[in-house]
Design a binder for this molecule. Structure first.
Ligand SMILES: [Zn+2]
Ligand SMILES: [Zn+2]
Length: 214
């Protein structure tokens, strides 16, 4: 049942699923987003293509306390890195950074986001969200105020899928358009913006400070 808030329609079911993830107390989400950078034609701006994304859930208390559980998590994460095309020799440094964050993390509520940028299949830039936000969430009102647009054939030709989850838009009725004109599933971009206020594709910044009450 869609809920209307300030003229914008959210699908309440989708919206609730992101809330559910956050209320599951002992599960820490580690999300991987992989993008490929290529030289633009004729020396133009680099072209960024999403390659894939994965969510890995780990037991928050458990991973801090049990070294055997920790190594099984490391294996699981390494398998996901392999399936996302990260070469094996690059994986230890990514894993090390993830576990550094796990160690200083104080709550499972803040997911660890790992954005990896590849150039010719070689990871050139790995960014992790520190637990004490270098990734700043967007304001609630800016998330609620995002534009919902109807999926039509023109939009599908321009943007066939959501880069956050890599799923096609073809079976969707309404999706979310960011002010930078990039499109995502509503549940995907809401969950992203709750952690990081920047557009996953172009890093367009959403507001991080609520406007003063009128
Ligand atoms: Zn999506
Ligand atoms: Zn964008």
């Amino acid at each position: 049942m869609p809920v209307s808030t300030e003229g914008c329609v959210f699908n309440s079911e989708v919206f609730h699923s992101s809330v559910l993830v956050r209320t599951c107390r002992n599960r820490l989400r580690v999300s991987f987003y992989v993008f490929m950078k290529r030289q633009g034609s004729g020396g133009g701006a680099p072209v960024v293509t999403p390659i894939g994304s994965r969510d890995v859930y780990v037991g928050f208390c458990h991973i801090k306390q049990s070294s055997s559980y920790r190594s099984s998590c490391a294996q699981r994460i390494a398998q996901n890195l392999s399936s996302l095309g990260v070469p094996e020799d690059k994986q230890p440094s990514v894993l090390e950074k993830i576990f550094e964050l796990v160690d200083v993390s104080v709550s499972p509520d803040q997911a660890i986001l790992v954005s990896m940028w590849f150039y010719n299949h070689v990871p050139v830039d790995v960014q992790l969200s520190p637990p004490i936000a270098r990734f700043v969430p967007a304001t609630r009102s800016s998330i609620v105020g995002l534009l919902q647009v109807r999926v039509d054939s023109g939009l599908i030709i321009q943007t066939p899928s959501c880069v956050i989850c890599d799923e096609d838009f073809a079976d969707q009725l309404m999706i979310t358009r960011m002010p930078c004109a990039h499109h995502y599933h509503t549940h995907c971009i809401v969950r992203w913006l709750e952690i990081n206020h920047m557009c996953p594709l172009c890093r367009f910044p959403m507001p991080t400070v609520e406007a003063a009450e009128p």
